[in-house]
Design a protein around this ligand. Sequence first.
Ligand SMILES: Cc1cc2nc3c(=O)[nH]c(=O)nc-3n(C[C@H](O)[C@H](O)[C@H](O)COP(=O)(O)O)c2cc1C
Length: 433
Amino acid sequence: MTRQLHLGVFIYPGGHHIAAWRHPDMKAERITELDYYLENGRLAERGKFDLFFVGDALNAREREGRVVGEIAINNLDPVSIVSAVASVTERIGLVATLSTTYNEPAMIAAKFATLDHLSGGRAGWNVVTTLDEKAALNFSRSEAMEKSLRYQRAQSFVDACKALWDSWEDGATAAEPARIKAPMYRSEFFSVDGPLGMPRPPQGWPVLVQAGGSEPGRDFAASIGEAIFTAQGALPGAQAFRSDIHRRMARLGRAPDSIKIMPGLSPVLGDTEEHALRREAEFAELAHPSVGVWMLTEMTRFRLYDHPLDSLLPTADIRAFNPALGENAVSLMRRAEASPMTIRDAARIMVRSRVHQSFVGTPEQLADHMIMWLNEGGSDGFNILPPIFPNDLALFVDHVVPLLQKRGVFRRDYEGPTLRGHLGGTRPPGRKS
Ligand SMILES: Cc1cc2nc3c(=O)[nH]c(=O)nc-3n(C[C@H](O)[C@H](O)[C@H](O)COP(=O)(O)O)c2cc1C
């Protein structure tokens, strides 16, 4: 059988374009309304997507004392959103982000076991260590934990959760106490007696998703991930990332196809290429260039707003100023080094899709492009980032999904009830007494 694509949709307040909320097709007040999430969840299920994904934000971003960015301050709680979407959908997987840095395993294990029960086996957890260092200030700490320590804690956090999810044998009920065992998990980070306060979830565990790009982040992904979200702007980088994860998995004795790597892809579609380009220009008009320059400055810590907008992005100076650039910033530097771009160009990339890949063209061109990435080993699918919800998701569902189905690379219907089943994974067997 032809290798199959896996598709996620990444819901974002308004849309992935930073100025989505200003577009006449998007009503900004909908971002905090239930119906907005339900409509997009139903739409993604109509498109037979593997999963519906919600990120988190543990603090409102600010720059130089001012709170900024519609998308950065309208993040509703992810588990509440996917729980609501579960009630109006039947098959689509539901992935919520929760941090291992600012939570406790017993709480998170119970949340995802609940979601998995209530949704009939559709839960997924995007396990993050928290991107924003300033989040520490909201959690009674004066600074963020050092990164490699954060990932050690994350590994232990997941181990403790697995011990809780496995504390009930498969199929055991509360009437069979002999089949329920307290795991008594101990590590340098956590002490969890257990057992879980409810039966083993339908999938055994929720599907574990990872999105970290650093060295310890990649090791963690290779160790626990079943799907990986990543920002890859171009095919060679995406191929290198996928091979790197596969190498790390091989070292741990894991089969490469037990992880589905899903880079972000932001589609700007049109009936013709000219139409798509016109739409892209129209989106760009909605954001002042300085917004993108601020975003670049935040990502690199290098004060780009002190430089002329039409000068070349000073990648060497940025790298020298900040040798600890994150994965996303490095990916942008590499792109600019391969094909020089001005600060204005880079700002435009940031407002469009941060550093995720964006594609401007017709549905046919996009389907060809996605299949090319699949065949060339750039990915196992994509996390779709519509510039504006729900319109750009609807365009993708109605015009791109049918082409992918016709080409034999995407399901015409769901085969089973669980998220892990959609991703082609194997259910964790659980404990035997
Ligand atoms: C598609 C995608 C979604 C992400 N969503 C979140 C999120 O919701 N919350 C968060 O703290 N980090 C999120 N991240 C960031 C990662 O978890 C990670 O912190 C970041 O990639 C830096 O990784 P590193 O610390 O391993 O370098 C996301 C990353 C990607 C690629």
